[in-house]
Design a binder for this molecule. Structure first.
Ligand SMILES: NC(=O)c1ccc[n+]([C@@H]2O[C@H](COP(=O)([O-])OP(=O)(O)OC[C@H]3O[C@@H](n4cnc5c(N)ncnc54)[C@H](O)[C@@H]3O)[C@@H](O)[C@H]2O)c1
Length: 352
């Protein structure tokens, strides 16, 4: 499968301490987990976190199919199509563009993954190994998102702390726990600057839901402004952690910019709010009183949701690098309705 890879050249908004001190030591040969040579990376902390401009490669900013990127993505930096399973091509992109940070978003999400376990395993695990190898070889700062799906029914659910039992029951969750552990292992063993945030369900007006269990919380806004009716695949009382996309982006940038000495962990929970379908519908009705919501729980997604945390404990992120969300449920609903309404108007679509 081909997909999109975006390269962000030096930006004024993304400035951070970079990995200056990579001691390009002797390659580590014959490692069990990868046939490739891996350059040992011992990174030192830059004295001034704003001293350099990172050159950022973001895997996947497009859709799940082969398609043109949205214009704003295309215009905001060099954009190429690439497959995260094609290691040689990824390496060329990193080397030729002198990349210093890699943000790895490509993945198959929970519900889609359960429908295609083999593909999810390949993309989420083999693709991740390609990215880990590249980051290690090129001394990159590497960000990989994890998820509430990295927890399972035996994890504490209210709240889920950073460190606890993680026995997820989806291939998505298993691959994300694998990513957390591989990244932390390579950090401790070789000094890889691996950084991982466990995102809640991310809510954005700009992207279509990608096959996750929290998709309803995006779709309900589109339905509220188009047909006025949303059929929810979860029970009305299913509580899950959620976050506005602006908070998610800001958390990622702030975490990537944080000096290494501030990080007591390499994988952090981040939280903003937790709500149920019933609660978000009630909040939308404050703007659109006619919204009708019916419930038709889907066995696969309901089982997944029932195994996930209802709340995240993100106290370590708040303490270590100052994480603080800006959006609660009322702000999220107001912003989503406003943004989607404007998009529909601009596309000539009717608006409620
Ligand atoms: N959306 C959420 O609520 C949420 C929550 C927690 C974590 N995350 C994580 O954030 C990341 C992005 O999620 P998203 O919601 O944008 O998902 P998405 O499904 O919209 O995007 C994933 C992308 O991966 C790409 N992809 C698939 N196979 C690929 C390949 N071989 N090479 C390159 N790209 C390939 C697809 O094109 C797709 O666009 C994922 O790693 C996901 O686990 C998302």
């Amino acid at each position: 499968m081909l997909s999109s890879v975006r390269i962000c050249l030096p930006s004024t908004t993304l400035r951070a301490s970079l990995c200056h001190g990579c001691r390009g030591g002797a390659p580590v040969r014959g490692m069990g987990w990868s046939p490739r040579l891996v350059t040992q990376c011992k990174c030192e902390i830059s004295a001034d976190p704003s001293s350099d401009n990172p050159r950022v490669l973001i895997t996947d900013m497009g859709g799940i199919d082969i398609k043109k990127p949205p214009l704003e993505v295309f215009n905001s930096g060099p954009f190429v199509y690439a497959d995260v399973l094609d290691y040689k091509n990824l390496r060329e992109l990193v080397v030729n563009n002198r990349i210093t940070w890699l943000v790895h978003y490509s993945a198959l999400l929970s519900a889609v993954g359960e429908a295609n376990v083999t593909l999810a395993r390949t993309i989420n695990i083999t693709g991740l190994h390609n990215v880990l190898d590249l980051a290690l070889e090129n001394c990159l700062r590497l960000f990989v998102p994890s998820t509430i799906g990295a927890f399972g029914p035996s994890s504490p659910r209210d709240p889920a702390p950073d460190l606890c039992v993680q026995r997820p029951r989806t291939i998505y969750g298993v691959s994300k726990v694998h990513g957390e552990l591989m990244g932390e292992y390579l950090h401790h063993k070789y000094g890889l600057d691996f950084r991982c945030l466990r995102y809640p369900g991310v809510i954005s007006a700009n992207t279509k839901p990608g096959g996750g269990t929290t998709d309803y919380a995006v779709q309900i806004f589109h339905d509220a402004l188009s047909t006025g009716h949303h059929e929810c695949y979860l029970r009305p009382d299913t509580r899950l952690p959620m976050m506005h996309i602006a908070d998610c982006h800001r958390a990622t940038v702030e975490f990537m910019q944080a000096p290494e000495c501030q990080l007591s962990l390499r994988t952090y929970n981040i939280a903003a709010m937790s709500f149920t379908p019933e609660e978000v519908a009630d909040e939308i009705r404050k703007h659109l009183p006619q919204l009708k919501v019916t419930y038709n729980p889907d066995a696969v997604r309901q089982t997944i949701a029932d195994s996930w945390p209802v709340r995240f404990d993100d106290s370590n992120a708040r303490r270590d690098w100052g994480w603080q969300p800006a959006y609660g449920l009322p702000e999220l609903v107001t912003d989503m309705l406003c943004s989607i309404r404007e998009k529909r108007r601009n596309s000539g679509l009717p608006v409620r």
